[in-house]
Design a protein around this ligand. Structure first.
Ligand code: ZN
Length: 489
């Protein structure tokens, strides 16, 4: 019976080989072990519940680094730490907020990243959505006071991007008016709070806040019937200058092409209102389990599969940026770099980040595991996660594209906790990602040796997709333009 099955397997293998030119199939043992494994769930629960939210530089982030390192060590996977420098430290503690004047109550609110600790007081001025016309009507009152900015409700990933764009435009406009600070109405109801980065990120100098939607609406309605309100806050945050953080790197060494690297990353850090479950603990656990099962089964890919648990992602992809700087001499050997950072909804394809060649490669590569062509490649460049510096280095880079599930509504929020993770999809995703890695790491060189893009080619992708605004919005445009990050030529 065993021989018959073996024979059928060889035939299937040859069929796949003849059809698509990839002399590989995904080992069924790997898929079986990943299906059976209880580690995925257990690790995630530990990381979220026992360690919790983990802002880079915080004690819990340090714990998460040690935790990830020991998980991989216990699995006997080759693992090491890669130190890098973070420019500043900021982690909010229990700030206090009050509305005084014609109303007196304590709204729920949080400070945005890099709002400096201290006491702030000012009148709260309603600027509606913060359009030029609306702001022009209250220009006189805005100086040295706080602008209250309305937001659209946000339910999904499109909503999130719109919120970033809106906030960035309003911030620029209000800076010109010399406001003391900005209070954004939370875009999600039920008094849900979430952390947001200002558009100057680590260089931010303007106090900014997110106020619970219901509280902000109450203020807005009151101002609109002529009440005068003051916004008072005592911001408490742990702050500091440069410090050292670490990525955790691990690998399953390749055999005949071991110098060549297939890289996959998920970020270990998170904001601290929730416990970083969908963003991005679920995918950290995923990568650890894939590495664990590959090692346990002693599977040896042709190329090296390297796993990166990035740090400092939320502040501007500092860990992955540092990796590209510290590995300049071997970047030519990085055949692909993938990020998984959009939660635990079912993976439905991949963003191919402006590269036609990668799009068609991926369509061919996944055929053996996707006979019905249900995976969709989207040739749009993603700015906002750890694929970014690989894109700037011209390396073929992918971002997994997921069904939205509960990612958007819980994004960076106090509700991003273990119970929001879709464990069933996460399990399926783990098998899919393991399969893609395996196929990539074993593919015929003539199929996967895509050239690195030159600076000129990268620039033309940015132009084609009009990326300047989003890069400015995440404060990464200048560092690309002045040659601090990315390819020089
Ligand atoms: Zn993330």
């Amino acid at each position: 019976m065993g021989d018959v099955i073996k024979f059928i397997r060889i035939i299937l293998f040859l069929l796949v080989f003849i059809n698509v030119g990839f002399a590989q199939e995904v080992p069924s043992d790997l898929l079986n072990e990943l299906t059976k494994s209880e580690f995925l769930q257990k690790d995630l629960q530990e990381l979220c519940d026992q360690i919790g939210g983990r802002v880079t530089g915080s004690k819990s982030n340090e714990k998460a680094i040690e935790w990830a390192y020991s998980k991989l060590r216990e699995a006997k996977v080759k693992v090491w730490k890669q130190d890098f420098e973070m420019p500043v430290m900021w982690d909010e503690k229990a700030s206090k907020f009050r509305i005084s004047g014609d109303l007196n109550f304590r709204p729920l609110a949080v400070a945005k990243y890099q709002t400096m600790p201290g006491n702030y007081v000012g009148r709260l001025i309603d600027v509606g959505m913060g359009t030029e016309e609306e702001v022009a009507q209250v220009t006189e009152e805005l100086k040295d006071n706080f602008a209250l900015v309305e937001t659209d409700l946000c339910f999904d990933i499109d909503g999130l991007f719109n919120e970033y764009i809106h906030a960035s435009k309003v911030e620029a406009l209000l800076r010109e008016k010399k406001v003391k600070g900005i209070v954004f109405m939370a875009s999600r109801p039920q008094k849900l709070l979430y952390r947001f980065i200002p558009s100057k990120v680590t260089e931010n100098d303007l106090p900014q806040f997110v106020m619970a939607r219901e509280d902000a609406k109450r203020c807005q309605r009151s101002i609109r019937i002529g009440k005068q309100l003051n916004f008072l806050t005592t911001v408490k945050a742990e702050i500091g200058g440069k410090f050292t953080s670490s990525n955790i790197l691990a690998e399953i060494p390749g055999t005949e092409l071991k110098e060549e690297v297939i890289l996959i990353g998920a970020h270990l850090d998170s904001w601290a209102l929730g416990t970083g479950a969908n963003d991005n603990g679920c995918n950290v656990s995923m990568l650890i389990d894939i590495a664990r099962q590959l090692k346990k089964l002693n599977l040896k890919p042709k190329r090296t599969i390297r796993f990166a648990l990035w740090n400092g992602e939320e502040q501007g992809y500092f860990g992955s940026w540092a990796y590209t700087k510290q590995n300049q001499s071997s970047l030519d050997n990085h055949k692909m770099a993938m990020s998984v950072d959009i939660g635990s909804g079912e993976i439905i394809g991949f963003f191919t980040n402006g590269r036609e060649d990668l799009t068609s490669l991926m369509n061919t590569l996944v055929k053996p595991i996707d006979p019905d062509s249900s995976l969709t490649m989207i040739n749009v460049p993603i700015v906002g996660t750890d694929n970014f510096d690989f894109m700037l280095e011209g390396i073929p880079n992918l971002v997994a594209s997921h069904k939205p599930a509960s990612y958007g509504i819980n994004y960076h929020a106090s509700s991003d906790t273990y119970d929001k993770v879709d464990l069933k999809s996460l399990k399926q995703n783990t098998k899919l990602i393991a399969s893609v890695l395996w196929l990539y790491a074993n593919a015929d060189p003539k199929f996967i040796n895509l050239p690195r893009n030159s600076r000129k080619e990268i620039e033309s992708i940015f132009q084609k997709f009009d990326l300047e605004f989003s890069m400015r919005m995440f404060n990464v445009w200048d560092s690309w333009k002045n040659g601090q990050r990315g390819r020089v030529e």
